[in-house]
Write a protein that binds this ligand. Structure first.
Ligand SMILES: [Mn+2]
Length: 324
């Protein structure tokens, strides 16, 4: 399918380990093409007008591990051939190649990462990058997915590595976006292309230092876990680091409770809000979108960027939803 691609290519990917690994797999496959990779402005699950204008110059565009708003994709597709590989919720976008088994009713447990979907599509054997995306997105929780935990264990056995080392690699790769280093995120797939083993990645000196700096900030923010309101943990933070999803996960997975985290320090005029819910939260993702907010997520995760004046009312709606 990619043999016929001509001209200049662009690869837009999520800034996390899954996005970076999926990007790496595509760049490897398309090594003979003229293609560059970009991640959106960190924290934006959409493209700005300027980005769209710049990206319309490309002849073909890959979007991996990101559910960009439909109107963004439609605008890109006016000028370019668009290929999407993703596993987030959303709706199918017509007129582009949209490979997302989840929006076609697929079971999320069978498609745990974009890296897996891409690797499978490319017809590759299971490899480090297809699995790192899974470990990055699910961390310890993947151990409950018998099929994929089995695949990961087989790989670990063969490569003489342990699960915790894979997880550590994900933390190292994710340190780039959590510290706000967009350029480093965009370099990461190229760095991974040069590596041939998990240990080489683990030894990357800069990523090690990043990881240590981040851990210090995260520990500081987790010194108290926040208030509990009718079984829902609500925590406010004020940090310029993009660690809201890490903080939310940590609190939610340690407590087993509905968890909502608000970061007032990442954007100047907007707040970041992140929820991990015990019940299915998809209807609230739709609700957020219908209110015009940048909102996305998965079955049990909601992330939204709110104008500061709207934060309180949407937080209250979410609390009401979670209490029910
Ligand atoms: Mn992903």
């Amino acid at each position: 399918m990619f043999d016929k691609l001509k001209g200049k290519g662009l690869l837009i990917h999520h800034w996390d380990t899954d996005g970076i690994c999926a990007a790496c797999l595509i760049l490897k496959k398309l090594k003979d093409k003229d293609i560059i990779n970009k991640t959106p402005i960190l924290g934006n699950y959409y493209l700005t007008e300027d980005e769209i204008e710049e990206y319309q110059k490309f002849d073909f565009i890959f979007i991996v591990d990101m559910s960009l708003p439909e109107d963004n994709v439609v605008k890109l597709a006016e000028k370019s051939k668009v290929f999407i590989f993703d596993h987030h919720l959303g709706k199918e976008i017509k007129g582009v190649y949209h490979n997302n088994p989840i929006i076609k009713g697929g079971n999320p447990d069978e498609y745990p990462s974009a890296s897996w979907i891409v690797n499978d599509f490319l017809g590759n054997d299971v490899n480090l990058y297809s699995l790192l995306g899974i470990v990055g997105d699910h961390e310890q929780k993947i151990k409950k997915n018998m099929r994929f935990y089995g695949i990961i264990n087989d790989f670990c056995m063969k490569e003489n590595i342990i699960f915790d080392e894979l997880l550590r690699i994900c933390y190292h790769i994710d340190s780039n976006y959590k510290l706000g280093y967009k350029k480093s995120v965009e370099e990461a797939p190229h760095i991974l292309l040069e590596y041939h083993s998990a240990n080489q990645i683990l030894d990357n000196k800069i990523w090690n230092e990043n990881y240590n700096n981040l851990n210090n900030e995260i520990s500081k923010q987790l010194e108290n876990i926040g208030d509990e309101i009718e079984g829902i943990i609500f925590k406010k933070i004020d940090t310029s680091y993009n660690i809201i999803s890490t903080i939310t996960r940590k609190i939610a997975w340690d407590s087993g409770k509905n968890t909502m985290v608000l970061n007032t320090g990442f954007f100047k005029d907007k707040d970041q809000l992140y929820v991990r819910s015990i019940k299915n939260i998809e209807s609230m993702i739709e609700r957020g979108k219908s209110l015009g907010y940048k909102c996305g997520g998965k079955k049990e995760v909601l992330g939204v960027i709110l104008p500061k004046g709207k934060t309180e009312s949407f937080v209250n709606e979410l609390l009401d939803f979670l209490k029910k």
